[in-house]
Design a protein around this ligand. Structure first.
Ligand code: PLP
Length: 463
């Protein structure tokens, strides 16, 4: 294992960039006090599945640049598409206009979507597309009129994550993050997914599944006249800590939504574009949502673009003369930006041409084997969870039982620092170390990533 500490990190350019960062930058989801105390990692280039910092040190991109990179960095076909589009048109709006790259993307995207989804509403981030889905679902019922217009409540899973705008925060409200916003956030109704009942109430897998479904049924049956939609991250609850749900859970939730006239909205921002081994996680359970939200990997993680994809039934609820008030008044300046759309179309071509999905089963099996063989046996690892190329290593302070590290012990950041020194970028979610490689990572690189993560955990937690 190489030592990734480079002597050049004190060059004048490094010092200057670090100074600008410390003086003027405000990093998202980052405690700046800790950031100031550490040696900041400043990335300059990406090549394949590696990121390269300003001092020339290389790191495996172990979280695919926040779960969005798909085929690696600097893929020639994607770069070429971007260059071509830069020369033609960098931006034009979709408000009352259309443009070629977004149409070419839509032509490729729609055949890949679950069957009833034929209308694509583009946005520029996962959060904004979730916001679009929230509004579509509530407004759709409103536009039906009569008793249906009482359906304004949303349901989501306890500890789910759907984004950071105020509407999407309501779906994934967490007291630790959002307490200060509670007076202005409209919180959704929450139901416990099976893992919460297993881990927090000690139920066996079978009882947790049936009880979580009973809970959902009770809520939907009791308030179906007021509930517009059920939001779910299908199969894998990502930001909650890579929790994997049984396929039956999703299938039953869909059945319950149909029975109680509630729209089912699948948030595939994290799970989409191959991360679970199929193009979309819904496919594992043969589920067809009313609206599906996509983002991150849509442009292979190169440029910001997202979408809320809706069925024709939802779309037609918004048709009518302008004075009837059916127009969907939502959108952003950069919704469906041509540069991002062009790269996204090239991304889908790359999937098809290189048969990317066909190569995944072997890589996924290798990744799972490596994780279970190497990480699961560490004494400070409580559990290793993975589905596709999404993996979480749940830590425990006390071997053999589930005692999360306290925030002031900085377990996650100590592991991150150790992994960096060994040549990989990983990122914790609370007490869970997440590994989410690009689909492009080959078996040797996957093994290297797991080895580094395991050694970093062992070194930081004193194995
Ligand atoms: C399931 C899910 N939905 C929505 C979002 C928000 O996406 P964005 O960060 O692009 O706004 C995320 C981001 O991680 C996510 O995991």
């Amino acid at each position: 294992m190489r030592n990734n500490k480079a002597p050049s990190s004190n060059s004048s350019r490094c010092r200057e960039l670090r100074e600008i960062d410390f003086k003027h930058l405000w990093h998202p989801f980052t405690q700046q006090q800790d950031w100031f105390a550490a040696d900041p990692l400043i990335i300059e280039r990406g090549e394949g599945v590696e990121l390269i910092d300003i001092c020339g040190r290389r790191y495996l991109d172990g979280v695919s640049s926040l779960w969005c990179n798909v085929h690696g960095h600097g893929v020639p076909e994607l770069r070429a598409a971007l260059h071509e589009q830069v020369d033609a048109l960098c931006h034009s709006t979709l408000l009352g206009l259309s443009h070629v790259p977004v149409l070419e993307l839509t032509q490729r995207l729609v055949p890949l979507l679950p069957k009833p989804l034929e209308r694509v509403f583009y946005s520029d981030s996962g959060s904004a597309a979730v916001e679009a889905a929230i509004r579509m679902s509530i407004e759709w019922w409103q536009k039906q009129g009569g008793a249906a217009s009482r359906k304004t409540k949303l349901v989501s899973l306890f500890s789910g994550y759907h984004g950071d705008t105020l509407g999407s925060v309501g779906l994934g409200y967490l007291p630790a993050f959002h307490r200060a916003l509670s007076p202005v956030v409209v919180q959704s109704l929450k139901v416990n997914p099976p893992h919460v009942l297993r881990y927090e109430r000690g139920l066996c897998a079978e009882d947790a599944l049936s009880q979580s479904l009973a809970e959902a049924e009770q809520l939907l049956a009791g308030q179906q006249d007021e509930i517009a939609a059920f939001f779910i991250e299908p199969i894998v609850q990502g930001a909650a800590g890579i929790w994997v749900q049984p396929l039956e859970y999703l299938q039953e939730i869909v059945r319950l939504c149909r029975k109680h006239h509630v729209l089912l909205i699948a948030d595939e921002v994290a799970t989409g574009f191959g991360k679970t081994g199929k193009m979309f996680a819904c496919e594992h359970a043969s589920v067809e949502p009313d609206i599906m939200v996509i983002g991150k990997g849509l442009s292979a993680g190169y440029l910001p673009i997202s979408a809320a994809c809706a069925s024709e039934q939802i779309f037609s609820g918004f048709l009518g003369e302008p004075e009837k008030g059916k127009t969907f008044f939502f959108g952003q300046t950069f919704s469906g930006n041509p540069l991002a759309a062009k790269v996204a179309a090239a991304n889908l071509d790359y999937f098809a041409k290189n048969r990317v999905l066909e190569k995944l089963p072997q890589r996924i099996a290798h990744f799972a084997r490596e994780l279970r063989a190497k990480a699961a046996c560490l004494s400070h690892v409580f559990e290793v969870r993975s589905f596709g190329l999404m993996a979480g290593i749940e830590l425990t302070k006390t071997p053999g039982t589930w005692i999360p590290y306290a925030l002031n012990e900085r377990a996650g950041s100590r592991i991150v620092a150790a992994a960096r020194n060994k040549g990989a970028i990983i990122r914790p979610l609370g007490n869970v170390m997440v590994l989410m490689p690009a689909l492009a990572m080959n078996e040797e690189q996957l093994s290297r990533l797991v080895n580094i993560a395991v050694q970093a955990v062992a070194e930081a937690l004193g194995e």
